[in-house]
Design a protein around this ligand. Structure first.
Ligand code: ATP
Ligand code: MG
Length: 236
């Protein structure tokens, strides 16, 4: 198993946000995490990458308990986060941003191969490699954030909001990229996505989180077919 979270309680300071979370991601799986604003999706992502320390519970990555490790020790193990809001460094070039993702790597040749791969995945970034990243469109910035996340050579890619605020054409392109990333057979993906239609079409399994608790867990087709979920999240 790639990721195995058990009985996780997590929050900020004294304020608990996540309650008794159980979640797993298997090898080569795309798993979606959906839920309303403020449900705790980003908080969970921060817990997995190590920005937040759990109050209690276990986070195992490929069998190893990683809760005591800081993010800088988790990334080399093979976990990478594409953060909410993209967090591009605006004053740096596109390529400098992308290369930031490889900061823990020591295999220069591997880094060059990864760079070639992400430019193949997003030719638009290659065309703009020397452009200042702050001048990219929203969709291009999302590509840049994804590319940076991939430069860590992850086994598990955490994506916090793929499609938020983007036009349909750009969303299609990013959805295609996620499929291509998954298609390599090397990378598992945990995807936070507000648009449940996109979330459960891209994934094979999913979780729904409400006010810090997992309230549903099933295969994606079943979640998409669930009347209560359709009503709550799709308004149909
Ligand atoms: N730095 C912080 N300090 C204290 N509380 C926080 C902090 N960041 C988030 N929270 C609280 O934690 C709860 C969950 O927030 P979180 O960002 O995880 O939600 P989310 O599901 O990602 O929402 P969204 O869909 O809007 O991104 C919210 O009540 C939020 O106010
Ligand atoms: Mg969030």
């Amino acid at each position: 198993m790639m990721l195995d979270i058990q009985g996780l309680n997590l929050g900020y300071g004294d304020v608990q946000v996540l309650w008794d979370i159980h979640l797993r991601v298997n090898e080569k799986e795309v798993v979606a995490l959906a839920g309303s604003n403020g449900a705790g999706k980003s908080t969970l992502m921060k817990g997995i990458i190590g920005i937040l320390k759990p109050f209690s519970g276990a986070i195992r990555f490929r069998g190893e308990e990683i809760s005591p490790l800081p993010p800088s020790r988790r990334v080399p193990l093979g976990i990478s986060l594409v953060p909410e809001g993209r967090e591009i460094f605006y004053w740096m070039t596109v390529e400098e941003n992308i290369l930031m993702g490889a900061y823990t790597r020591r295999d220069g040749q591997g880094v060059r191969k990864s760079l070639e791969w992400v430019y193949n995945l997003f030719p638009r970034l290659k065309e703009r490699q020397t452009q200042q990243a702050g001048t990219l469109s929203g969709g291009e910035q999302q590509m840049c954030a994804l590319a940076r996340g991939l430069m860590a050579d992850p086994k598990l890619l955490l994506v916090d909001e793929l499609s938020l605020g983007l036009a349909p054409v750009m969303v299609d392109r990013l959805v295609g990229a996620v499929r291509e990333i998954h298609g390599t057979g090397r990378i598992s993906i945990l995807l936070v996505e507000q648009d449940v239609q996109i979330a459960f079409e891209l994934s094979s399994r999913g979780y729904i989180i409400e006010t810090g608790k997992i309230v549903a867990e099933d295969t994606s087709p079943k979640l998409l077919g669930d009347d209560r979920i359709r009503e709550a999240y799709l308004g149909i």
